[in-house]
Design a protein. Structure first.
Length: 425
């Protein structure tokens, strides 16, 4: 049984990783508090769901634009310094949110601007952090380290929104933003205590467009690393189910917004369980196969979720169909667990098979894929649901995910034979 539990060896052998992990996990809780609080504040100022949706656009565009450039910066300068400067900018943005809340701001544009600034800083910070971690640990410990990070993120995404909503409801926005600023300080201190971490290898030119293009050209020549991005895009674009959740509580399972929250929590709960029971992942040798099987389970779980909705039929928000709701939550928990396993190995391959001088740029691509893939998926699945209904849209998305995945696996057979003992990008 102990071998199945989360491997905490990285926390024991590397004090620098331990400080960084704990600081970032706590900071992520604060970040989720702010995500909820700023959404609630935008709605309170505008009484418009569209205005809340536009907030997501102001967060997404800087993340995509600065993610690629931030990766290039991390490959040209000391990664500790890059992460510290980006974190300071993000911290200033959070302090700006505190100040506008205390000052009684009534202009939604102020919130849009501060969120965009925070997102741009995070897009530079994240590739630098992602390139730092492989320098703190041996390659054999990377699956365990990524499982720890997946657990921390899922815990933050579970508890942070609940805490944010509670603080806004019982105190005010300034306290919610202030908590984020305080917790973010711990991550900043962890970065400050790191030693200098300049990129290894020869660096040519400046961290400009040519450097970004060099990273993309490099990715085009590395089939196994490229596949980690492609299979994730397939899963996210074909079958991201979150866009369906609001309608599920109204049209199918009952319970309204409460059901939407329960379904969202089920995905995170599955990821937490998989992370807690991830002790065996460090011994997996054929990591490409593990990713393919995990994404297959994801697609089948989304198919099962759609099947529950299609069989449940129309319902009333006031009447909860408990058996169907439990089955839907179990399917989504399985999807969340599969996504967590896939994420551990995709990040591990990216970090161990990529040379250090390219890690920042490929981490930047990773940020773009993680941010943009689900948004495209929500657009596609939402449009499909408007034509065939939410249940059949999920069924179709799950089937499409599995089919396209295995077409890719057949086309790139080396990914099936990827050997963690002899990583070949």
């Amino acid at each position: 049984m102990p071998s199945l539990l989360l491997d905490t060896t990285p926390l024991r052998v590397s004090p620098a990783f331990r400080r960084l992990y704990l600081g970032l996990t706590v900071a992520n809780v604060g970040g989720q508090v702010t995500v909820v609080a700023v959404g609630l504040q935008v709605y309170a100022l505008t009484r418009s769901t569209l205005a809340v949706g536009v907030l997501g656009l102001f967060a997404l565009v800087p993340l995509v634009a600065f993610g690629l450039y931030g990766g290039a910066i991390a490959d040209h300068y000391d990664r500790r310094q890059v992460a510290i400067v980006a974190s300071l900018v993000s911290w200033v943005a959070v302090l700006g949110l505190v100040a506008q809340a205390v000052g009684g701001n009534r202009h939604v544009g102020v919130l849009y601007g501060l969120v965009a600034l925070q997102s741009a800083a995070g897009a530079v910070n994240s590739p630098a952090r992602g390139a730092i971690i492989p320098r703190l640990l041996e390659p054999r410990l990377m699956p365990a380290a990524n499982a720890l990070q997946t657990l921390g993120m899922n815990l933050a995404m579970t508890g942070g929104p609940l805490l944010g909503a509670l603080l806004v409801a019982t105190v005010d926005y300034a306290v919610a933003y202030g908590l984020d600023a305080a917790l973010f300080t711990l991550a900043l201190l962890a970065l400050w205590r790191l030693p200098p971490i300049p990129p290894e290898g020869v660096r040519r030119g400046r961290a400009g467009l040519s450097s970004v293009l060099d990273g993309l050209r490099y990715l085009g020549t590395q089939p196994n690393v490229r596949m980690t991005f492609l299979v994730d895009i397939v899963a996210m674009v074909t079958s991201s189910p979150r866009v369906l959740f609001p309608a599920v509580g109204v049209l199918f399972l009952g319970g309204g917004a409460t059901t939407t929250g329960a379904l969202t929590a089920a995905v995170a709960a599955g990821g937490i369980v998989a992370s807690v029971l991830s002790g065996g992942l460090a011994r997996v040798r054929w990591q490409g196969r593990a990713i393919a099987l995990a994404i297959t389970v994801w697609g089948l779980a989304i198919l099962a979720f759609g099947g529950v909705l299609a069989s449940a039929g129309p319902s009333s928000p006031a009447h909860v169909l408990w058996p169907a709701l439990v089955l839907a939550m179990l399917a989504l928990a399985a999807a969340g667990a599969a996504d967590a396993v896939s994420a551990v190995f995709r990040q591990t391959i990216l970090q161990t098979a990529t040379p250090d001088e390219m890690r920042g740029r490929l981490q930047g691509v990773f940020i773009v894929v993680v941010a943009g893939g689900p948004r495209l998926g929500e657009l596609w699945l939402g449009g499909t649901a408007s034509r065939v209904g939410e249940g059949w849209a999920a069924v179709l998305g799950g089937v499409l995910c599995v089919v396209v995945l295995w077409v890719l696996m057949r086309a790139q057979r080396s990914f099936w034979h990827y050997d963690a003992r002899h990583p070949v990008p």
